[in-house]
Design a protein around this ligand. Structure first.
Ligand SMILES: C[S@@+](CC[C@H](N)C(=O)[O-])C[C@H]1O[C@@H](n2cnc3c(N)ncnc32)[C@H](O)[C@@H]1O
Length: 197
């Protein structure tokens, strides 16, 4: 597992603060399903989790993990690119969407998330989020991934309108070797009030 104040530890703390029983959550990078299981724990039997991954092996592993934890009934796992996320969820429907970029732990290090699909996926996710909804992006970079996806994501999130989206980044200032870091985006409730936008 991961430590409490690692990037993933902080992501899980924020998810716990935000996700409520009955919520609809999306895991846009299912991997081995650990985040999907965690989201199911938070949104409970009344909630729903949609998970997706581009690799069939990750989909199989996530289905098995969800089954093992008794969450088959509240979850759905699809083999697709997250750039197709809008085919699986309506605008303003999700309470929380989670991306954990990089490669499948235990899988090939040559298959990893890339800016060409990550940026459209993030863009579409912002539409799919409900006002008040949370988008969590955990950024892995360096080594095989290189820096281009991180740089593209940073440029994109910095460009978002500050009245519409609250964008926060957590930096690890004294950790060596390209430490992963989380970004959280909250779609502003006030801005979208009364469906004017
Ligand atoms: C760091 S892993 C995710 C770990 C996962 N959240 C967990 O709890 O085990 C990143 C995953 O993103 C997947 N991925 C890469 N490109 C993708 C894409 N375009 N759409 C969806 N998933 C993608 C990889 O196959 C890999 O399984």
């Amino acid at each position: 597992m991961f430590s409490e104040y690692s990037a993933l530890g902080i992501v899980h703390k924020i998810l716990k603060m935000h996700v409520r029983p009955g919520d609809f959550c999306i895991d846009a990078t299912a991997g081995n399903g650990h985040d999907s299981v965690y989201l199911c724990e938070l949104c409970g039997k009344e909630g729903r989790v949609l998970a997706m991954d581009i690799q069939q092996s990750a989909v199989d592993s996530t289905i098995a993990n969800l089954e093992e934890h008794g969450f088959s009934d509240v979850s759905e796992v699809v083999c697709t690119s997250h750039s197709e996320i809008d085919k699986y969820a309506d605008p303003n429907s999700a309470d929380c969407i989670v991306f954990n970029f990089g490669w499948l732990p235990g899988g090939s290090h040559d298959v990893f998330t890339r800016a060409e699909t990550s940026i459209p996926a993030i863009q579409k996710s912002l539409d799919i989020l409900k006002p008040g909804g949370l988008l969590s992006l955990c950024i892995y970079y360096g080594r095989n991934n290189g820096y281009s996806e991180r740089d593209a994501i940073m440029e994109f999130v910095r460009s978002l309108n500050g009245a519409q989206y609250n964008v926060m980044k957590c930096d690890f200032l004294n950790r060596p070797n390209d430490p992963p870091f989380p970004i959280f985006i909250v779609k502003d409730k006030e801005y979208y009030k009364n469906g004017k936008h």
